[in-house]
Design a protein around this ligand. Sequence first.
Ligand code: GLC
Length: 420
Amino acid sequence: MDRSERMKWFMDARFGMFIHWGLYAIPARGEWVKSQEKMTDEEYDKYFREFNPVNYDPRLWAKVAKDAGMKYAVLTTKHHDGFCLFDSRYTDYKATNTPAGRDLVREYVDAFRAEGLAIGFYYSLLDWHHEDYPAYGDWNHPMRDNEKYKNKSHNFDRYVEYMHNQVEELMTNYGKIDIIWFDFSYGSLTGEAWRATELVKMIKKYQPHIIIDNRLGGNIKAAEPEIYAGDFANPEQILPPEGITNVKGEPIPWEANITLNNNWGYHADDNDYKSVRQVVHAIVECVSKGGNLLLNVGPNAKGEIPEPSLKILAEVGKWMNANGESIYGCGKADLPKPEWGRYTQKGNMLYAHIYERGIGPINLRGLNGKIAKARLLADGSELKLERPWNAQDYPDDAFIQFKSQKLPNEIDTVVALELL
Ligand code: GLC
């Protein structure tokens, strides 16, 4: 299957849920806590012995995602700490051996699939638990400057073998998987250091339709990208100013991954949440540049998505429910960025996302005589395309008028413009 065929559903979906969840939900200081605080295995092990997410019900998570208008999800099956939420036969360091006592990935897959959402697996290439992963002198490992680890030998080939075996399990034990999301390459640990060509071939043998992110290494922007360079780029905590193109100037698929507060994994003290307005604008921003938004939640130790996240997602869902037509299957419009907001487009439907009411009529630059009709997307009501008397100096532009000084939706009022 070629890339554009495999990517079709993803490019239409536009909005997904990222879920960072693991032992680090207990210390509740973010998913890097073991590295940041240079914890030893023994220190971190208490979380393993304790992990018991009594309220884990992925059916609730799936419902939250669906109601927010998300079409897919990506769950951390294993993060950098090496702990596996799935039942792997290659390690004891897994959810089945904690008080949780079961394969939590299986339940996630079943629940999200039942809601009709596409299934993604995040898998960390780094592993701060495996004895054959580089520790002393590594850039990130919790024991990177612990002298006791200086002379400890490790066999990296054995780690890579382990990693391949686990990915094979993920690709064979859970039915159809839509996305595999590797994280991440650095320094010399990139590309063939992971035996990436072989890894991708194995993945595609089991899951021919799957799509893969671009963190195995390689250069997704190259004229001839490596087989492991990925199907989409995944800018982290940033929205690219002009979308993403390859060296030939052709747009390539991308997905911005963004946190709702400032952490991926649960952080009890981080209440710096984005507003509903920021989130809606981020979705629109991505679509207006041909990309997706993967928005993160970090469930707590009990398995609950934090309350503030639930509230934001519910509000985003209301907007999506009324205005999703301007998001799903839409992309970049062939027009410059308007002063009052953004455009998205699908075929002959152009969607004006009006963020700012401004003063007077809304100017649709260059569209005079090109619009068959204008409707408020949220309720289908007609908006008149009358030319105001004072607009004769702007013969190329079309205008819509709002009677009130308040926009019908202050977050983003979408006007559906049917082009001639
Ligand atoms: C980073 C972090 C990680 C997070 C990821 C999401 O690479 O290491 O904690 O999972 O970004 O993009």
